[in-house]
Design a protein around this ligand. Structure first.
Ligand code: MRU
Length: 367
């Protein structure tokens, strides 16, 4: 496993910069061709990195926002609580405007603010120290959360594995090491399989390329291929045929926000996969840290969906424009919602949830 750990270390999504004065991230917009790390320090740099998807994926957005708030707090000069808190809160609210859908962003920012408020009687220097500790805790918890999700998902893989045959798995977007502190969520079952002694050739992971920003092709296939797992990339519109021909035995995807009824927002295209999976009888699981479950959001219709720049559709990936300049491409939602009635289950770090989801979440103490 040491080579896998070396790989995780090499592409680690978020870590502290020198002397913890900045946040060090791998710039995911450059992958897979260039592995470049950048250090971000000011609130504007952190906001830009999240908005532009240099760091992306729900858990990684949460961890980088937490790390970012610790670094920002360290640069606030005020030593009186009120002055410090006013500036901290303004930066927190600013970072919260970076992306609207992944609830982990707000969850992590609120944890950081709660740390400030709970320690208001302490010197500001101590509060700064506690913020670093809280951010670190959020990162460490994420590793354990992924492991737990991975163990549950791996047991489902074991049930489906036939001797001498590779297990066909489909995933969409990137819910891998690059979106988290270590194992990812949708990829955690695959990495756990390796830790349990499966060979990379015991499974075959089909990665949807994931238009328009190609997280599946650029990020997921990059990390699984480097981890030694048999990996293919295919265009999004090929998933139906893969399912129809029996190549896919199970689907794991991540999510950015799960509503109380189990509707799950994830990268655009996930809803179509859920419809296909239901039609072809392929089990489809949403891998969701409990921090991604938002009990205050009743259904998927209540989840805010980020709209992005039309140029992502029309001109980003080729030297020549991909559509006539005047053609409308303003419908560019970053996410859609998989209907809870179409999915098989939601894997959290606390265990596997089945419908009715609200009841299952509450049983696991998710409030
Ligand atoms: O726009 P992105 O790249 O941030 O979208 C990411 C996804 O949709 C992931 O599947 C999701 O955040 C889950 S990551 C565990």
């Amino acid at each position: 496993m040491s080579s896998l750990n070396d790989f995780f270390e090499k592409v680690i999504t978020v870590k502290w910069g020198p002397e913890k004065k900045s946040v060090d991230i791998i710039d995911q917009t450059l992958l897979p061709n260039t592995i470049k790390r950048i250090q971000i320090r000011t609130q504007e740099e952190i906001w830009e990195a999240i908005k532009k998807l240099r760091v992306r994926g729900a858990p990684a957005i949460g961890v980088s926002a937490a790390y970012g708030m610790a670094v920002i707090a360290n640069d606030i000069p005020d030593e009186d609580y009120e002055g410090f808190y006013t500036k901290f809160k303004a930066s927190k609210e600013y970072l919260a405007t970076s992306r609207p859908t992944a609830v982990n962003l707000f969850w992590a920012l609120n944890r950081m603010e709660d740390t400030v408020k709970a320690n208001r009687e302490k010197p500001v220097s101590e509060i700064r120290r506690l913020l670093y500790a809280e951010a670190e805790k959020i990162r460490e918890e994420d590793v354990q959360i992924s492991r737990n999700i991975g163990e549950t998902g791996f047991r489902l893989m074991e049930e489906l594995k036939e001797d001498g045959k590779e297990l066909g798995i489909l995933t969409h977007c990137n819910a891998g090491t690059l979106c988290s502190a270590k194992y990812g969520t949708a990829t955690a079952p695959m990495y756990m399989a390796l830790e349990h002694g499966w060979k990379g050739t015991d499974m075959h992971v089909y990665c949807d390329e994931t238009r328009p920003l190609l997280q599946g092709a650029r990020l997921t296939s990059f990390e699984l291929y480097n981890a030694g797992i048999t990996t293919s990339v295919q265009c999004d519109n090929m998933a139906a045929l893969l399912m129809k021909t029996g190549k896919i035995k199970i689907i794991f995807v991540g999510c950015d926000r799960v509503a109380a009824n189990g509707d799950a927002a994830n990268k655009i295209g996930t809803s179509a996969l859920a419809v296909l999976a239901h039609h072809y009888g392929v089990p489809m699981y949403i891998c969701a840290p409990s921090s991604t479950i938002d009990m205050a959001t009743p259904t998927g219709d209540d989840i805010p969906i980020e709209m992005r720049d039309p140029e992502e559709i029309k001109s980003m990936w080729y030297k020549e424009p991909m559509a006539p300049a005047g053609v409308d491409a303003s419908f560019n939602p970053a996410f859609d919602v998989a209907d809870h009635r179409l999915i098989t289950g939601i894997i959290t770090e606390k265990g596997l949830c089945s419908a009715p989801y609200e009841e299952a979440f509450r049983k696991f103490g998710i409030k």
